[in-house]
Write a protein that binds this ligand. Sequence first.
Ligand SMILES: Nc1ncnc2c1ncn2[C@@H]1O[C@H](COP(=O)(O)OP(=O)(O)OP(=O)(O)O)[C@@H](O)[C@H]1O
Ligand SMILES: [Mg+2]
Length: 282
Amino acid sequence: MPIIVENLSYTYMKGSPFERAALRNINLKIDDGEYVGIIGHTGSGKSTLVQHFNGLLKPTSGRVVVNGMDTMSKNLRDLRRIVGIVFQYPEHQLFEETVYKDIAFGPLKMGLDEKETDTRVKEAISKVGLGEELLNKLPFELSGGQKRRVAIAGVLAMKPEILVLDEPIAGLDPGGRDELLGFITNLHKSMRVTVILVSHRMEDIARHTKRVIVMNRGMIEMDGKPAEVFRDVERLEEIGLSAPQITYLMRKLKAVMPEIRDDIYTVEEAKKEISKYIGHLL
Ligand SMILES: Nc1ncnc2c1ncn2[C@@H]1O[C@H](COP(=O)(O)OP(=O)(O)OP(=O)(O)O)[C@@H](O)[C@H]1O
Ligand SMILES: [Mg+2]
């Protein structure tokens, strides 16, 4: 069942001198099994929006319904099980004494027994590319990238139907980034998990997602296939964003080779297109 957002507005600290409108009249539907990217400059409301999907934030007005459950309802247990959110800076949320306990926290809270939890903890740590020898470590002994993976493992261990990742790859090295995104994309394909990925990296959004939502000042500015959104470079730039780097390269090439396509958003596509013209030289 989908995520339905109707006329959602959200204001932080409403009624105080510090009140701040973060979302303004958002309407949105995300279907089962979609892979959606959310982009937008800093402060545009991305994190505020995704925190409405599991009821962590409640609409100031409007409503959010996930799998038929209104997030205003009191019982959010089922909702929290269905929607797993990896928050921005998830490493700040590791609070248990060991890595094992941190990953086990969600499954135990869901009411799984110790045996099933144990299986899930081990599955999850290997899915994020870490070894079981880390399970007995203290979270603060880990590197930044390892902490982030542990936080992601904690959400994966709950086997959510909808997986929301808020800037999951910020601060990871390129190898770690590709590995993690590859893994998430795989999860989406093999398990039909709905994935919602917030990222500043246009390359990653273009390469992995099938729909891009562009936020600007608490509103949805654009919503379409990556090719449709990234085609409109001028509009993206107007709101302080950019197309993937490779798109700019293709545009430059087109200036000297008018027959080459410049509606290209990933390095793979660019390679194919360029090979058509200079393949014999490569
Ligand atoms: N806890 C908070 N209290 C008050 N205002 C907040 C709070 N969190 C966010 N805001 C404000 O709400 C607006 C939207 O913030 P939000 O964190 O959703 O943006 P974002 O798109 O996720 O930004 P970033 O790319 O930097 O993560 C901003 O103006 C921000 O200053
Ligand atoms: Mg954010």
